[in-house]
Write a protein that binds this ligand. Structure first.
Ligand SMILES: Nc1ncnc2c1ncn2[C@@H]1O[C@H](COP(=O)(O)OP(=O)(O)O)[C@@H](O)[C@H]1O
Ligand SMILES: [Mg+2]
Length: 512
């Protein structure tokens, strides 16, 4: 095995030292002899693409998984962590990607639960301690609010408070910014800096390079279960980290703008849509996307994007307004009409709306398109087979053949089935909702390439994505959706990340 590329070494004694950590799940090696050290008062980023082994390594430090081999020292002492309780006793805290709060209980109740004291817990004292922590670290949430009433950012604060309430000195955050709006991320970073200033050590897991550069003192890069590099952030840059992370040169960060802009092909006029709870999710939204153009719709999830995509797909009937495809209105609530009028649909929820997992790869490739393989009332199975084999080959779908059940494929390959089905029909418009969510870097690049090809063939593309990197990489024009409305629109070369971030947070004033 190659030795990790380390340009940075510390003289101090680490507060945490993990040596030769090994962990295998069935036949997947999640951690392969990993050495990892954490120092007092630092913010250390753990960087790596999906599946690199970051969460596993930290779950081992949190006592959530037992390692198959290796040893852990905390404060110089060899420890055995057989449950999170042991880790908490060693003053390790972890905020997982999926929160573990009790929604019906208040912030205070969630903070103190299981922290000891039991029946005799003095709630007045607990409240004072909570308020003191809130002030010290800028974690302001109403102690008496039931957790379900808080936005995700607020719930995350409760998770952090919970760890600090248990006197954590080592705090692990697993992709904490994935669920945050830019302003919330700023607040989180202020909290992390305050923690480090008091001598706490923070492990910040992320795959977002600009965030790592902004917040971390040191970066440890994991790839395929091994540490491949370590850097002090002041000695590196985004480009180098990207290369270390994926092990090869990434393509130029931003793709060239469209060269063949045509007439508006997908128009949305004053569209209003209610969500499942009967609340207005989309409010008189209007947009026009030209053929050969990618409009990137940025925004934090939950601001009406899902309802918008569902209405465009014909899965949801709007309360008002029109959608025009090639100048003609699309009848509302008729999925078949969107397909027939050549709208490619890449749904957010590919497991439940994009695919039928119990059917074969082949069947999924012709879903809603059987008609074109029918002659004299009969399905032409040979033609379907040839069509499927062609797409499997062209889109590089890794499968045991067209007859394999879709459920057996990986997430990236399932997404390729959708792309193959939707993009191979020369679409006039493409509506792609979170098309790369959950995919690894290689699969993401592939999806991007196919979307750019569709643009090159003259499709009007609405790219709805929470991933700002993706929006900035692909879009010709960027719009931001916030609380059902468009907060702002900018041309690709005039859009700054900061401005878009402000719009995403609901701030409408232009940047000074
Ligand atoms: N509980 C588990 N069971 C089986 N495989 C797992 C489990 N947890 C993680 N893995 C596998 O281990 C590898 C590393 O996963 P993980 O640590 O979650 O990576 P990261 O957090 O860097 O995305 C992946 O291939 C993943 O599928
Ligand atoms: Mg992870």
């Amino acid at each position: 095995m190659n030795r990790p590329d380390i340009t940075h070494t510390e003289e101090r004694a680490p507060v945490v030292e993990m040596r030769s950590i090994r962990k295998t799940f069935l036949d997947v090696v999640a951690n392969r002899d990993v050495d990892f050290a954490l120092y007092e008062g630092e913010i250390c980023a753990l960087l790596g693409e999906n599946g690199a082994g970051k969460t596993t390594l930290m779950n081992i430090l949190f006592g959530y998984y037992a390692a198959d081999g290796g040893e852990i020292r905390i404060g110089g002492e060899k420890v055995s962590l057989s449950s999170p309780r042991d880790a908490i006793a060693r003053r390790v805290g972890m905020v997982h990607q999926h929160f573990t709060l009790v929604p019906s209980q208040t912030v205070l109740e969630n903070t103190v639960v299981g922290s000891g004291g039991g029946f005799f817990l003095d709630m007045g004292k607990a409240r004072r301690k909570l308020l003191e922590l809130q002030n010290r670290f800028g974690l302001h949430v109403d102690p008496d609010a039931p957790v379900w009433t808080l936005p995700i950012g607020g719930q995350q604060k409760v998770e952090i408070l919970k760890a600090l309430y248990r006197n954590a000195r080592i705090l692990i955050l697993d992709e904490p910014t994935a669920v945050l709006a830019p302003l919330e991320t700023k607040e989180l970073f202020a909290t992390l800096r305050a923690l480090a200033a008091e001598g706490c050590s923070v492990v910040f897991i992320s795959h977002k390079l600009y965030e790592v550069m902004e917040i971390a003192d040191r970066v440890v890069v994991l790839s395929k279960g091994s540490v491949v590099a370590e850097r002090a952030t002041r000695d590196t840059n985004e480009r180098e980290l990207a290369n270390l992370m994926v092990g090869r040169e990434l393509e130029e960060r931003r793709h060239a703008g469209s060269k063949n802009l045509g007439d508006p092909a997908l128009e949305i006029r004053s569209l209003s849509i209610k969500n499942d709870k009967g609340l207005e999710a989309v409010k008189e939204l209007s947009l026009a996307i030209r053929s050969g153009e990618i409009l990137g719709m940025a925004g934090v999830s939950g601001n009406g994007q899902r309802e918008l995509a569902e209405a465009l797909f014909g899965l949801r009937v709007p309360d008002g307004g029109d959608v025009l495809l090639g100048g003609e209105p699309l009848p509302p609530g008729r999925p078949k009409a969107s397909v027939d009028r050549k709208m490619a649909r890449i749904p957010e929820d590919r497991m439940t709306t994009g695919l039928l997992l119990e059917l074969t790869v082949e069947e999924n490739l012709v879903l809603e398109n059987h008609a074109s393989f029918r002659s004299l009332g009969m399905l032409d199975h040979a033609a379907i087979g040839r069509h499927a084999d062609g797409l499997i080959d062209e889109f590089g779908i890794k499968t045991d053949g067209r007859r394999a059940v879709a459920r057996t494929l990986s997430g990236g390959n399932l997404q390729k089935i959708i792309l193959a089905r939707e993009l191979s029909a020369s679409p006039r418009a493409v509506v792609a909702a979170q098309p790369t969510r959950g995919l690894d870097v290689g699969a993401i690049e592939y999806v991007h390439k196919r979307i750019l090809e569709a643009r090159g063939s003259g499709a009007a593309i609405l790219l709805i994505s929470e991933d700002l990197d993706e929006i900035f990489l692909l879009a010709d024009r960027i719009a931001v959706m916030y609380e059902g409305r468009i907060m702002g629109v900018a041309e690709r070369d005039e859009a700054s990340r900061e401005q878009v971030g402000l719009w995403m947070s609901g701030v409408s004033e232009p940047c000074a």
